[in-house]
Design a protein around this ligand. Structure first.
Ligand SMILES: Nc1ncnc2c1ncn2[C@@H]1O[C@H](COP(=O)(O)OP(=O)(O)OP(=O)(O)O)[C@@H](O)[C@H]1O
Length: 265
């Protein structure tokens, strides 16, 4: 990839990504989220109605690469459990670039859970199943590992799950060769998938531990997720506290070369 000024036109043409003229993104915007790369707004777009736009300030190669990776992987997805990717846009004078996508009206799963007064087991199983469907699609149909799965990247639209944020994702197939189904370094992919499954476990724990009004009496032991920390309490006594983060794949092979390749990919 040539990282000169034409990179934007290149990804738009090579990947068939829709370039949405900046004027078509509404100027009335409501801030709905904030992440490492910038602000996420709710606005309207002539073509799609209500949309979420994720804004990136891009002024160097690293930011360009991150944007391209996220756009290319998100653009591969077409599934009801994945937030729909619509296209990209830009304001060249301000170095601002946008991912335009489906708007999830119920926000993040974390907020959705915290606002609920009660949630029965059937509903929790429904949500868990939908998250698993989305992750299974990424792993088994696209050969994509998400790498940042948590309840703030899992969104809810009309009560249904939509996985989002492909900023850290990795695709284990040729992104710009659609006819090729060749999967790179299968063993690395297995490890990356395991890391996602670990994250899924943490999400399911958060979902299963949701018990706001479910039990009148306090459970004797309580596991709760606070931001990125897992706390375990016994009869209200603090027992343990872990800092959680998605597991980095660990390479068991002593072959340094394949380790480097997997991370450079
Ligand atoms: N399509 C959407 N619909 C509704 N809200 C959204 C949407 N996309 C993002 N958000 C909101 O914006 C927040 C940040 O979005 P996102 O995680 O994609 O940004 P990020 O910069 O990659 O964040 P981080 O690096 O911290 O994971 C989300 O947690 C969510 O609250």
């Amino acid at each position: 990839m040539d990282f000169n000024k034409s990179w934007y036109d290149n990804i738009s043409i090579e990947d068939g990504i829709l370039d949405i003229p900046y004027e078509q993104i509404g100027i009335e915007r409501t801030r709905i989220g904030f992440g490492k790369f910038g602000i996420v707004y709710k606005t309207t777009c002539n073509l799609f109605g209500d949309v979420a736009v994720k804004e990136f300030y891009i002024n160097d190669q690293e930011y360009t690469e991150n944007f391209i990776n996220e756009v290319r992987i998100h653009n591969l997805t077409r599934h009801k459990r994945i937030i729909q990717f619509y296209g990209i846009s830009r304001n060249v004078e301000k170095n601002l670039y946008y991912i335009v996508m489906e708007y999830a009206n119920h926000g993040t799963l974390r907020d959705f859970l915290s606002k609920k007064n009660s949630m029965d087991l059937k509903e929790r199983i429904r949500i868990a199943t939908q998250i698993s469907e989305g992750l299974s699609y990424l792993h088994n149909k696209l050969n994509v590992s998400h790498q940042d799965l948590h309840t703030k990247n899992i969104l809810v639209k009309n009560g249904n799950i939509k996985i989002s944020d492909f900023g850290k994702s990795k695709c284990f197939k040729h992104l710009n060769n659609k006819s090729s189904n060749k999967i790179f370094n299968n063993s690395s992919f297995t490890l990356y998938k395991m890391s996602d499954v670990h994250s899924l476990g943490v999400v399911l724990l958060e979902l299963s531990n949701y018990r706001k009004t479910l039990h009148k009496e306090q459970p004797t032991s309580k596991i709760c997720l606070k931001k990125d920390r897992l706390e375990i309490r016994e009869k209200s006594r603090f027992v343990s506290n872990f800092k959680l983060k998605p597991l980095e794949p660990v390479y068991l092979s002593a072959d340094k070369k394949s380790y480097v390749n997997a991370h450079d990919f």
